[in-house]
Design a protein around this ligand. Structure first.
Ligand SMILES: Cc1cc2nc3c(=O)[nH]c(=O)nc-3n(C[C@H](O)[C@H](O)[C@H](O)COP(=O)(O)O)c2cc1C
Length: 193
């Protein structure tokens, strides 16, 4: 069954996006797994730092993504775009370009987002998809999850309490995992040359 690496573009303890990611992991169909990772230990991208060697947190996440079937990124919206910490993560993961194929080649990347505002993170998700394409990955565009009014959607403990959003998240994860599972079985069929 598929393995998915999931991370949130917010470092905030009470992050709605981290809560949404946890809800997505919990809604994953049986057998599939979302491994939730943090991007907190990524340093600011600096080519001089890169020249000294890949930081351990970056190397570890690259290897984990390379081994996974899919990647789920849950992003806030900052100033109609993605947060700097998330862009910074993507920039590190894209280095060196010669490693892109190993890490992201054809990987199906899914995106969700939550905001306490009304905009549902439509803009940040669109911006994020642009970077996903730059990585050589394949945006998975099955179901969509744009959470608005997040303060009423999650409880004080971070649990997803809105039934409509719960159903959406469950459907999203069901369809995403179904796609990854089909892809896995296709990869086992030898290709005709
Ligand atoms: C610098 C900054 C810019 C923001 N810009 C937007 C925005 O353009 N659209 C939006 O819906 N929310 C915006 N917000 C509000 C965030 O959606 C809100 O802080 C949200 O809780 C962040 O996600 P998190 O709960 O996962 O940390 C902004 C917040 C910050 C700190």
């Amino acid at each position: 069954m598929p393995r998915i690496v999931g991370f949130s573009g917010s470092l905030r303890k009470g992050s709605f996006n981290a809560s949404l990611l946890r809800a997505a992991a919990a809604a994953c169909p049986e057998g599939a797994v979302v491994d939730i990772v943090s991007i907190r230990d990524f340093p600011l991208y600096d080519a001089d730092l890169e020249a000294e060697g890949m930081p351990a947190a970056v190397a570890a996440l690259k290897d984990q993504i390379a081994q996974a079937d899919g990647v789920l990124i849950v992003t806030p919206e900052y100033n109609q775009s993605i947060p700097g910490v998330l862009k910074n993560t993507i920039d590190w993961l894209s280095r060196p370009a010669t490693d892109l194929r190993r890490v992201f080649g054809d990987k199906a990347v899914a995106v969700m987002g939550a905001t306490p505002g009304r905009g549902g993170t439509f803009l940040s998700q669109a911006v994020l998809l642009q970077s996903v394409l730059a990585l050589g990955a394949r945006p998975w565009l099955g179901a969509r999850v744009h959470v608005s009014g997040a303060k009423d959607v999650f409880g004080a403990d971070g649990a997803l309490k809105d039934e409509t959003v719960s159903r959406l998240v469950k459907r999203f994860m069901g369809e995403y995992v179904e796609f990854l599972t089909k892809r896995r079985s296709l990869e086992r069929i030898p290709r005709e040359e």
